[in-house]
Structures are given as structure tokens and as C-alpha cells.
Design a protein. Structure first.
Lengths: 397, 141
């Protein structure tokens, strides 16, 4: 019989500034945060310590002093298990891979209950210094980084191209930031919750033209834990749960840029991964009730929303401007506040996206609840969506 | 193809590494010579130069000339820069589609008389720093 995977419990700290400076008298220790989150998520799920047989961690940032954090935490929790204990890394896709790998352990029968969890601490490291590392993550370190490219510079070039091809304006893109901030105002886990106006967004200083401060992600720290289980376990608990209905992955065989000219803003990997996920779930884009997209910049949310079929090519920005992606709109996107306002502690960002979908699909999202939400879409990515990992989730009550 | 060389009284902020293989590219570039690798088996060029053809996986590659002219596919101006590039910020970077059919990303040199625009004709040039060259592109007629 086919096994299915369900999300049965979640926990997270609000995204924000948690990391302490090296010279601070009292330090915030990652494992103290993480152990509390594990207890909280397992309590939310209604399972017991002995049920957990696999743990998939996201790799901590290099600024985390404790190395081999995953096995260290096993000791902190005296958590013996026989499935898998590992840290995964895939740049921006790291947390999506952790979730996916935890699903795999359940599908393989190695565990009936598995955790996908992690912590990302970086906010005490100045941006210019942090960028010395992040500039080496996108493009070719010798042929691109030497020219001064940064990760979001590539998204900025997407924006410039999209505006050229489709006549979109700064206001169209900025409306995504306004909408996300409004959503974040309703989310206790969000980093920036004070609503902003479109005028404020387009008047911010440029970061990577044409994108300004509010079009790009803030830096922040975060930690989250998801409890996954076989559907049999989920059903036995007698509580609402979230079923993983479909999964799709695609790497387009390029890193950041294709030297064979292509349609760079088509995000072909997202289109293909979504097609696979929809097919597996037996649904189409039209059936999706809400989406938590991995979109570090306003333009990325627009491009992904088109690539996964929620909007036609070239219509995503105008649709966002017209309120179609806002709560109450045709297809609410980033009800958490998205990466621009909920926050983007990069290696755990997708965990927060699954937390949001789990809240929505279990009917627990409070003021930002999408009415009758049944199907949710989550995307993870790396590079300039050179690879995408996409899941379709379904509410089971 | 011979590229125009612009001499700069500074060192490169983040110099590329050179290998036994890529040193040919960088030393050629320093002379204004603009080349990449071409596969002898499938005859396709690739950029950056690679010792193995990414298309057919043949290791039989040779150096071949690239054209300098192309079109600006997209661009940005980077205001928030990593520490080593901060003194140069804001600076422009872009994606260029060479007329030869190769797409690449590089630093852009701005001209007052020809503002950067998607679709603008550009030409590849050499930025000759004290410690070595980088390739860049600038608008042209």
C-alpha cells in the first residue's frame, strides 16, 4: 500500500534579530532555542519522543559556533533513533530539501514520525561582511563574482527584463511588498509588521536597481521545527493534519545563467516542477487556494506566480497590483508576509513557508485565515530558480 | 577579436583564480584577445571556457575567438555591495547576448551619451587593473 506523508505539528520563533554579537556578555545559544522548539512542535503534533525516528536538519550558518549541530542536539534531547539524522544544504533550497528528505524517510518506511528542523542565525554579522560569503553562492566565483555580482543582483536583472518585456512598473512590483507587509501585520511570526504604503515602497533607496529596500528581503534570524508522519499516524491522532499530495523537482542544468541564450524570466524549472507536483496531486493550478512562494524579491514572487501557472505570462505584476494575490483576492500569495516582510532567514526560510501553510490548512491562521483553504502550494529554489522544489499540500480535517 | 583596453590605477577587488587551463583565457584577455573554448566534437562554443564540453561531454576542446559585439539583455546597478566592492558602489552589471550566440554576465562601463537600456548595443572591452584584467561591456553605436 502506498504511504503518504502528513504534517502534524509545527513550531517557530518569530523571525527577527536573535543572534548576539561576539562580544555580548550574554549569548543567545542556538541549541537552547532549538530544543524548546522541538518540544513545542512535538506537543502540537500529539506524538511522543519515542515515536520520532528521523531528524533532518538544515545546515546552520558558519557563524554558529557549535559544529555538528544536528548530532549535538540529539545529545541535548537524548533522542535515540534508527531512521536518519543528518544536516542538508542546498543554498536557498536548504529548508525545502530538509522537508523533502524528511518526507522521504517516511515514504521509505525508515520512520513513521520525522522532524524537519533548523536554525539560521546571521543578523549580528554586518551585511557587507555577510555578502563577502553570499556573493560566492550565486554565479561563477571566478567569472562572475570578480565583477561584483551579488545574489539579489540577478533578481534585479530579472526585474529589469520583465519591466522591459511586459511594461510592468516599479509600482506594480512595489505592490507585492505592500501586500506582503499587510499580510505580515497579521502574522505574529513576521519580522516587519508595520503596514507600508506603495509610495513609501517606491521611495526607498535603491539596493539593486530597479529594486529598492522594500523590494528585497531583510536579513534576520529564525528557527522552526516541523513534525511529519505517515498518514496512518496522522489519522490516528484525531486532529486536523496536512497531507503532502504532490512533489516536483527540476534543475534546469544551468547555474545562475545559461550561456545559451534562453528566456531567463520564464523560470522553466519552476514550471516543470509544478507540472510534476500538480500531476502527482491530480490537480491543476486552478485548484490551488493559496501559495507560499520562495521569493526573496518582489519580482521573484511575480515570476514564480506565473511559472507555476497561477497567472498567465506577463500578467503577474498587474494582478498583484490589482489585489488578486492579497488576502480575500482570487489567489492569496505569501499570507505569512513572504520573504520581504515575514522575513528570510535563508537556510530555514522554507520551513516558515510550510509552517504558514500548515497553519492555514489546519484552519489556525486567525485574522489572516484564507476561507475554506484546501490546497496550498509551496516552492523552494536555488540560484535564479535554476532549480525548484515544489509541494502541493492538502487540508485534512 | 581584439578588445579595447581601459587601464585602471587600482587592483581588482576580488580577483579570479587562475588554473593551468584558465590562465590562457586571462593572459589572452590581458593582451586584449577575446577567446573561449569550442568543442571539436560538437563544434559549440561555451562561456566561461571549460575543459570539458558541457553539451556533449567531449574533452576535445580548443580555443576559439569570440566576437565583441552584442546586445544588453538586462542590467542592474548594485548599490548594496560586499565589503571589497563597497568603494566602487554603485556600479553597473549586466547580461550580454553576444552576436555570436553566447550569453554572459559582466561589469558594465557606463557612458553619459548612451545610457544603459535593455536592448542597447554593447561591446566587450578589457578593464586592465594593476594586478590583471577583467572583461566588461559598454554601450556602443
Amino acid at each position: 500500500m502506498t504511504r503518504n506523508v502528513a504534517i502534524i505539528g509545527t513550531s517557530a520563533i518569530p523571525v527577527g534579530r536573535h543572534q548576539t554579537a561576539d562580544d555580548a556578555q550574554l549569548q543567545v545559544l542556538e541549541h537552547e532555542i532549538m530544543t524548546r522548539l522541538v518540544i513545542e512542535a512535538v506537543h502540537d503534533a500529539g506524538v511522543e519522543k519515542k515515536d520520532i525516528q528521523s531528524l533532518v536538519f538544515t545546515l546552520p550558518r558558519p557563524y554558529t559556533r557549535q559544529k555538528y549541530f544536528h548530532t549535538f542536539l540529539m545529545g541535548q534531547l537524548r533522542l535515540a533513533c534508527r531512521g536518519n539524522v543528518m544536516e542538508v544544504m542546498g543554498n536557498g533550497m536548504t529548508a525545502a530539501l530538509a522537508f523533502d528528505q524528511a518526507c522521504n524517510d517516511i515514504l521509505l518506511g525508515r520512520a513513521n514520525v520525522a522532524l524537519a528542523l533548523g536554525i539560521n542565525m546571521e543578523s549580528a554579522v554586518p551585511a557587507a561582511e555577510h555578502m563577502m560569503s553570499s556573493m560566492r553562492t550565486t554565479g561563477d566565483v571566478d567569472f562572475h563574482t570578480s565583477a561584483g555580482f551579488t545574489p539579489i543582483a540577478w533578481y534585479a536583472m530579472d526585474a529589469m527584463r520583465y519591466m522591459h518585456e511586459h511594461g510592468a512598473t516599479r509600482e506594480h512590483l512595489g505592490s507585492v511588498a505592500v501586500k506582503n507587509r499587510f499580510h505580515a501585520s497579521l502574522n505574529p511570526l513576521a519580522q516587519y509588521r508595520k503596514p507600508v504604503t506603495l509610495d513609501e515602497v517606491v521611495r526607498q533607496r535603491p539596493i539593486v536597481e530597479p529594486l529598492g529596500l522594500y523590494d528585497v528581503p531583510p536579513r534576520g534570524d529564525g528557527a522552526a521545527c516541523l513534525v511529519l508522519a505517515s498518514e496512518d499516524v496522522a489519522r490516528s491522532l484525531g486532529r486536523p493534519y496536512v497531507l503532502v499530495r504532490g512533489r516536483g523537482f527540476c534543475h534546469d542544468g544551468t547555474h545562475q545563467i545559461s550561456d545559451v541564450p534562453n528566456d531567463m524570466i520564464a523560470f522553466e524549472s519552476a514550471r516543470q516542477a509544478a507540472a510534476t507536483a500538480y500531476e502527482q496531486a491530480g490537480v491543476t493550478a486552478k485548484d490551488i487556494d493559496l501559495a507560499e512562494l520562495y521569493a526573496p524579491c518582489t519580482i521573484v514572487e511575480v515570476l514564480v506566480s506565473e511559472a507555476v501557472g497561477l497567472f498567465e505570462r506577463g500578467h503577474g505584476a498587474a494582478a498583484a497590483f490589482d489585489g488578486e494575490t492579497r488576502l480575500g483576492g482570487r489567489i492569496p500569495i505569501s499570507t505569512s508576509g513572504g520573504l520581504t516582510s515575514r522575513g528570510h532567514p535563508a537556510y530555514v526560510t522554507s520551513l516558515y513557508n510550510y509552517v504558514e501553510l500548515a497553519e492555514q490548512l489546519r484552519g489556525r491562521a486567525g485574522d489572516r485565515q484564507v476561507a475554506n483553504a484546501r490546497l496550498g502550494l509551496a516552492t523552494g529554489e536555488l540560484g535564479n530558480y535554476n532549480a525548484a522544489l515544489i509541494h502541493v499540500l492538502e487540508a485534512k480535517r | 577579436m581584439t578588445l579595447e583596453i581601459l587601464r585602471l590605477d587600482a587592483d581588482r577587488a576580488y580577483p579570479p583564480r587562475e588554473s593551468e587551463f584558465t590562465k590562457t583565457f586571462w593572459s589572452d584577455l590581458g593582451q586584449g584577445r577575446w577567446r573561449t573554448t569550442r568543442c571539436r566534437a560538437c563544434e559549440r562554443q561555451t562561456f566561461p571556457p571549460k575543459p570539458v564540453c558541457p553539451h556533449c561531454w567531449s574533452a576535445e576542446v580548443e580555443w576559439s575567438d569570440l566576437g565583441a559585439r552584442g546586445t544588453l539583455y538586462s542590467f542592474t546597478r548594485i548599490h548594496a555591495a560586499p565589503a571589497v566592492f563597497a568603494p566602487e558602489a554603485p556600479y553597473a552589471c549586466g547580461i550580454v547576448d553576444l552576436d555570436d550566440g553566447i550569453r554572459l554576465a559582466c561589469r558594465l562601463v557606463e557612458r553619459e551619451d548612451m545610457p544603459l537600456a535593455v536592448g542597447q548595443a554593447v561591446e566587450v572591452m578589457v578593464l586592465q587593473y594593476r594586478d590583471g584584467p577583467l572583461f566588461a561591456a559598454r554601450p556602443c553605436a
